[in-house]
Write a protein that binds this ligand. Sequence first.
Ligand code: 13P
Length: 248
Amino acid sequence: MRKPLIAGNWKMNFVTSEAVEFTKALVSNKFNDDVEKLICVPSVHLSELSKLLKGTDIKLGAQNMYFEESGAFTGEVSPTMLQDLKVDYVIIGHSERREIFKEDDEMINKKVISALAHSITPILCCGETLEEREKGVQEEKVKTQLIEDFKGISAEDAAKVVIAYEPIWAIGTGKTASTEDALQMIVFIRKMISELYNSETAESIRILYGGSVKPDNIREFMETGEIDGGLVGGASLKADSFAALVNY
Ligand code: 13P
């Protein structure tokens, strides 16, 4: 049984006082126990929020990390630093990192391997641009990304990864993929994992949808039984909205 996961991606939002206030409001909510809850926050907040979330069932995630443990990598955060702060998850290869910061699949693959080696669960993002969707090449695009990003990863480790399918045209645009479109891609991704590994791995890996997920559309995605949760940007930035997403 795959446990549903609702993951908030705060992106580059909230100064420390806001992050603390938000998290305090969040932990006071009554949540559905059957759903795993996660907030992925800017690195500067990890230390403070790690203390606040201790003993709660809300997990803590980072939005990025470098693959090396230490050294001359100005501006980067290492897996050992995240491990030290009891970070459970790390988003890898978000389309904003791929597009704005020019991360390629080779680097993303190294990051996924490094996160797994440090017992941090990677949330590996994939998805097509609007242009690729209009050309009808979304499956090819995601297939190429996943083949590259899973290179050298064993079936046992692959099953621990969370995949987030995030069509770029649906991110922050208010334009959600239809349930049918999201479902079709997620079924395709699971089939791909089955081909890359085996059916057992495909059945245990969790695949989320991301892109303008809101309290009023999350239920439809979850009711498909194939979509294992959401990676949520905008709608995760209010405590009551995040709680409504979890309690879909
Ligand atoms: P929005 O929910 O704001 O569209 O962002 C989606 C996203 O990029 C989550 O990682």
